[in-house]
Design a protein. Structure first.
Length: 459
């Protein structure tokens, strides 16, 4: 908000080359506000603004920018400027940048780091992609249990300036094994002569460095933490993960799920900046598959061509029939996919969900079936198209809707379970995919019911 209000004044200072005034103004701004300001300007002005910042403020601001903006700034700056920024960045944010770059470009940037920062960067990048190791930072405070509270507070004052968080500190033994995590409040409220071991309770939660990032999201949600320690397979403390990084993962996972539900391949860059070619490529793949799959609908229609020729009136209700099934199926699929993503249900809950969806499908199908029957009755009074057999046609439509809604609800709710059992992402059981499946089977149900009920009258 601040950046938008002052954007005209900032633009004027840049145009008049009053950069010393602008530098003084920006020194009082937060990194997040400066980041908002930078992205509101064209690339040329972005570099000018960024170069006015101190190394520390520039690094903090850089971490608040989108990856595409970060890349553009890196291309525009000299090697010395890039080196200063990269060395000041938090290791976890730097890792996120480096892993998104082509390997050749990442290697060039790693060479610009100091020996210590290079060692940290290579270590973090060495962990599997999407693992907790890629999220963690080694900037934490570690204590020994035999220290007194006075010694501990002195140590924190001397070493805490560049640490990721001071809210929680960690206790380790001589081998680096994690013993406990303690809130800073506990030290403040304790007597100076007490020892760290006196306020330890040994009750802590830790992530393994090889855990999936999605698992970390669930742990943070479950235990409501702002930071969690990361250990190796021998319980040695090697880093921490903070909630801001986990929130980024949660947002990314939610975005991916929504894109998959919409039958779109996952975007690797923001929607606003993705190229037209990439956009078409990501969207056309699934649309092509679904389009080809719709040929089955035409095949079914052709199979029942003789029935349609005898009772053309049946074709009037085809859109009503297939939309009921598609809508109920996509609704059920979306609810189940989201419940899985939130951890509300697991594979073991499939039978419970199936039983409930059968009941839901019957109830919803009955309601829609009755409405369908009344619609046939209304149309019979408004038009001569339906004719004297409107009652039988109404029953056909009502029973077809009941069956199709029940089938749509069942298939939409069970398909995510099947995909997850097979090791695929449940989100790929997207709304368009379920709709296509139910469209084809819905026609089969409709014409089968019509043949049974209308034989001897219209058929």
């Amino acid at each position: 908000m601040l950046s938008k209000l002052l954007q005209p004044e900032i633009q004027s200072l840049i145009a008049e080359r009053e950069l010393s005034i602008l530098k003084e103004i920006l020194s009082d701004w937060s990194p997040a506000d400066i980041a908002d300001l930078i992205i509101s300007f064209p690339a040329k002005e972005q570099v000018i603004i960024f170069r006015l910042l101190s190394n520390e403020l520039a690094a903090d601001t850089f971490e608040n920018l989108e990856l595409d903006t970060q890349k553009d700034l890196l291309k525009a700056m000299a090697k010395s400027e890039v080196a200063a920024i990269l060395n000041e960045m938090d290791p976890d944010d730097r890792t996120a940048l480096l892993e998104d770059l082509p390997s050749a470009a990442a290697k060039q940037l790693i060479r610009l780091l100091s020996a210590e920062e290079r060692r940290i960067a290579i270590t973090l990048l060495g962990y599997p992609e999407n693992s907790v190791g890629r999220l963690m930072t080694p900037d934490y405070i570690a204590l020994k249990p035999e220290w007194t509270i006075e010694e501990t507070l002195k140590f924190i004052r001397e070493t805490a300036e560049d640490k990721e968080t001071l809210n929680i500190v960690y206790v380790i033994d001589d081998r680096g094994k994690l013993l406990d995590d303690i809130k800073i409040k506990e030290f403040i409220l304790s007597r100076p002569d007490e020892k760290v071991s006196d306020i330890m309770d040994g009750n802590f939660i830790a992530l393994n460095v090889h855990d999936d990032q999605e698992e970390a999201v669930e742990v943070f949600k479950k235990y409501d933490r702002i930071a969690l320690p990361v250990v190796d397979n021998f319980d040695v403390l090697i880093g921490i993960v903070t909630v801001d990084d986990v929130l980024d993962v949660a947002e990314e996972e939610a975005t991916e799920d929504m894109q998959k539900i919409a039958a779109v391949e996952v975007f690797e860059e923001p929607f606003s900046t993705i190229s037209l070619y990439a956009m078409i490529k990501k969207r056309a793949f699934w649309l092509t598959i679904l389009f080809v799959a719709q040929i089955l609908t035409a095949i079914v229609m052709g199979f029942f061509e003789s029935e349609l020729s005898k009772a053309v009136v049946l074709s009037i209700f085809i859109p009503l029939i297939i939309s009921s099934g598609g809508n109920s199926g996509s609704q059920a699929a979306t609810l189940v996919i989201r419940a899985m993503a939130l951890g509300e249900i697991t594979l073991n809950d499939w039978w419970h969900i199936m039983r409930r969806e059968i009941f839901s499908g019957l109830m919803i199908g009955s309601i829609l079936g009755l409405l369908g029957f009344f619609q046939v009755g209304v149309l019979a009074n408004l038009s001569d198209t339906i004719g004297a057999h409107w009652m039988m046609i109404g029953i056909t439509v009502a029973l077809s809707i009941l069956g199709i809604v029940l089938w749509g609800t069942l298939s939409g709710s069970m398909l995510p379970f099947v995909l997850k059992k097979l090791g695929a992402d449940p989100a790929t059981s997207s709304t368009p995919l379920v709709t296509t499946i139910v469209d084809v089977t819905g026609l089969l149900i409709y014409f089968t019911v019509a043949i049974i009920i209308l034989s001897g009258t219209l058929l």
